[in-house]
Ligand binder design. Structure first.
Ligand SMILES: Cc1cc2nc3c(=O)[nH]c(=O)nc-3n(C[C@H](O)[C@H](O)[C@H](O)COP(=O)(O)O)c2cc1C
Length: 185
C-alpha cells in the first residue's frame, strides 16, 4: 500500500499530528511520504492507495488556501473525466484529520470543515475511512485556550493525544486489512 500525508499547518498543531500519523503508518508497514500542502501542487491523488489529509479549522471551515488547493485539484480531475455521477468507488482511501480549538461551540467548529474536505475525496471515488478531530491549543490566544468551551487546552495535542493518534492509525490499518471490503462502503 502506497500512502501520502498532505497537510497544511500554521501554528504546527496539525503538523505534529501529521508526524504521528506517519509513525503509525510506518509501524503498520505502510509506505508513506509526508508533504506540506504547499509542496503538493503536482501530486496525483490517484497514485496513492491512502491519502491522509490534514488542516486546522478556521471559522469552522478549512483555511482558504486549503479550499483553493482542493478546488484546483478537483477542477483538473473533472476536466479529465474523473468526477462521475454516483461517485463510483476506485478502491482507494482517504483519512481526514482536522485540528481545532473549539472555543465557542466545541467540536462542532471542526466537523463542518472535516465533512467538507471529505467530500472532495468522496467525489473522486475515494472511500473516506474516518474523519478525525483533534483538540489543540489556540496559539496566540490564551483566552481561547483557557476559557472556551473545551476548558484549558494549553499544550494540546500533548504526548498522550499524539500517542493515541499513532495507535488509532495502527488500529485503522488493522481493520482495513481484516476487512478490505470497507472500500465498498
Ligand atoms: C485564523 C484562525 C481561525 C480559527 N478559527 C477557529 C474556529 O473557528 N474554530 C476552532 O475550533 N478553532 C479555530 N482556530 C484554532 C485552530 O483551528 C487550532 O488552533 C488549530 O489546531 C491550529 O492548527 P495549526 O497549528 O496546524 O495551524 C482558529 C485559528 C486561527 C489562527
Amino acid at each position: 500500500m502506497q500512502s501520502v500525508i498532505i497537510y497544511w499547518s500554521k501554528t504546527r498543531n496539525t503538523e505534529k499530528v501529521a508526524f504521528f500519523i506517519k509513525d503509525g503508518l510506518e509501524q503498520a508497514g505502510v509506505e508513506v511520504s509526508l508533504k506540506k500542502m504547499e509542496e503538493s501542487g503536482d501530486i496525483d491523488f490517484y497514485d496513492y492507495d491512502l491519502i491522509c489529509f490534514g488542516f486546522p479549522s478556521h471559522q469552522w471551515h478549512p483555511p482558504e488556501s486549503v479550499v483553493v488547493f482542493l478546488k484546483n485539484k478537483f477542477s483538473e480531475y473533472r476536466k479529465h473525466g474523473y468526477v462521475k455521477l454516483g461517485a463510483p468507488k476506485v478502491g482507494k482511501y482517504a483519512l481526514i484529520f482536522c485540528t481545532y480549538s473549539g472555543p465557542h461551540t466545541g467540536i462542532n467548529e471542526a466537523v463542518p470543515a472535516g465533512k467538507y474536505v471529505g467530500q472532495f475525496f468522496e467525489h473522486l471515488g475515494f472511500t473516506v475511512l474516518e474523519e478525525w478531530y483533534i483538540l489543540s491549543e489556540f496559539h496566540g490566544s490564551e483566552e481561547r485556550s483557557t476559557k472556551g468551551r473545551m476548558g484549558d487546552i494549553r499544550g494540546k495535542p500533548n504526548e498522550e493525544d499524539l500517542r493515541k493518534v499513532k495507535q488509532d492509525v495502527i488500529n485503522l490499518l488493522e481493520r482495513l486489512n481484516i476487512n478490505p471490503s470497507l472500500r465498498y462502503k
